[in-house]
Design a protein around this ligand. Structure first.
Ligand SMILES: C[S@@+](CC[C@H](N)C(=O)[O-])C[C@H]1O[C@@H](n2cnc3c(N)ncnc32)[C@H](O)[C@@H]1O
Length: 407
């Protein structure tokens, strides 16, 4: 059954193929990074992963009959889901399950772009929040030396598996269980911090733990689809400043134990209004990243087709109970129905008008500044006008992100 996993020529060919795919999919692939992907195998980290079958996630482990297909999937430039609602693929029943993915191995070209932005050098002390399978920690260990890598995940089964798998290929980074936003070995300071789970704003502890001159690469994402990756450098005054990477990224959230996922209510039929904007506009990640800047931090979006085949989107703000449903009609304008204090579609319509007026700015034209107290995303238009939005964390403040125009 596992003969293919003993065939060194076949495994090398698989790693070469993956590195070529990364080279096509990533912005830049340096020879050092290419070397890391050529040397660190992916398959030991994902002996079982889920493949999708409609709504279901079906565990897939290698068998004699499909060994080639399995290996090709492992060495494809795709993310591989390994945990759904806390159920690891290794523990799932053969018929699989439905639910929300809670851990995965990130698409390798995205790993490469983030590692490139992290600009790691041999001997740098690196902290990774989101161990997952351990593959990224393995690649990091190759780049800086395993004794210099600390990786953390909130799940004990995940850290135990990752630890064993890293050890099995001869790497021994520090793997710990805890909350990556706040748990660190005592007094530890880092040259680099990388998160492979998304945050709404940068946890203050990351600013404290990063040495001046150090770099952090952090997926920033609210609950709309548009994820972005920020790359910041720590300044001597303790703040950090940087920019947004070209690469879009929708990482799963970095969850705190106290956070329960909000349930989106059903918005009953009632008085509705026409909108000039289809909710499908949120499928454009550049726009949904921009729209998120205008929305409350805890906003939840659910979407899909209803029994009549209509595309229906619901936005919900748990802070004040407002919920807005947008029905995309087969003909005619989308219909907007709201319940609670506010129409949540209206600020997105306004954000869309601004986005158009600004000529649909690309995400890498935005910059970010962060102190422990305040975090700001900024866009400077070609004419010099500065637009700024404050990033707000969960439970910090209620109310939509505010755009301050500066002359
Ligand atoms: C996309 S996966 C990480 C991929 C991983 N770097 C790899 O190479 O396989 C995101 C991970 O973040 C973890 N996570 C979520 N919330 C966390 C938290 N508060 N602290 C640490 N890890 C967390 C999840 O358990 C999940 O394993």
């Amino acid at each position: 059954m596992t003969n293919i996993l003993g065939d060194e020529q076949r495994l090398l060919a698989a790693r070469v193929s993956l590195t070529q795919q990364i080279d096509r999919g990533s912005v830049v692939l340096s020879s050092r990074l290419a070397g890391a992907f050529l040397n660190v195998p992916r398959h030991p980290f994902v002996p079982v992963f889920y493949r999708r079958d409609g709504e279901r996630f079906i565990p897939w482990r290698i068998t004699d009959s499909d060994a080639d297909a399995w290996l090709n999937s492992v060495y494809a430039d795709d993310s591989l889901i390994t945990e759904v609602d806390g159920v690891h693929a290794e523990d799932a029943a053969p018929e699989g399950l439905t639910g929300i993915p809670t851990s995965s191995s990130t698409a390798p070209s995205l790993m490469a772009d983030m590692l490139d932005a992290l600009d790691v050098n041999e001997g740098d002390e690196v902290y990774e929040a989101g161990t997952g399978t351990g593959y990224n920690a393995g690649v990091l260990s190759f780049l800086v030396g395993d004794k210099h890598v600390t990786t953390i995940d909130r799940s004990e089964p995940l850290t135990a598996k990752a630890h064993a798998r890293l050890n099995a290929i001869g790497l021994a980074p520090l793997v710990i269980r805890g909350d990556g936003a706040r748990d660190f070995p005592a007094d530890a300071r880092y040259d680099r911090i990388i998160a492979t789970a998304s945050v709404r704003r940068i946890p203050p502890e990351w600013l404290t733990r990063l040495r001046p001159g150090g770099i952090m690469v952090v997926p920033l994402k609210g609950t709309l689809a548009g994820g972005m990756v920020a790359r910041l450098t720590k300044l001597p005054d303790g703040s950090a400043t940087g920019y947004i990477l070209h690469t879009p990224a929708a990482f799963m959230p970095l969850l705190s134990d106290s956070e329960a996922p909000a349930q989106v209510p059903v918005v009953p039929d009632g008085p509705c209004a026409d909108s000039g904007l289809s909710a499908r506009v949120l499928d454009d990640w550049s726009f949904s990243f921009f729209a998120q800047l205008h929305m409350p931090p805890g906003l939840v979006r659910s979407y899909g087709r209803n029994a009549d085949g209509l595309h229906v989107t619901t936005l919900y703000d748990p802070a004040d109970g407002s919920a807005t449903r947008i029905d995309d009609m087969p003909e005619g304008p989308p219909l907007v129905t709201s319940t609670g204090a506010r129409d949540l579609w209206q600020p997105i319509e306004t954000a869309h008008q601004l986005w158009q007026r600004l000529n649909r700015p690309r995400r890498e034209w935005f910059t970010i500044e962060a102190t422990a107290k305040e975090q700001t995303v900024r866009y400077t238009a070609p004419g010099g006008q500065v637009h700024r939005w404050r990033l707000r964390g969960p439970g910090v403040e209620v109310g939509a992100g505010r755009e301050d125009g500066e002359g």
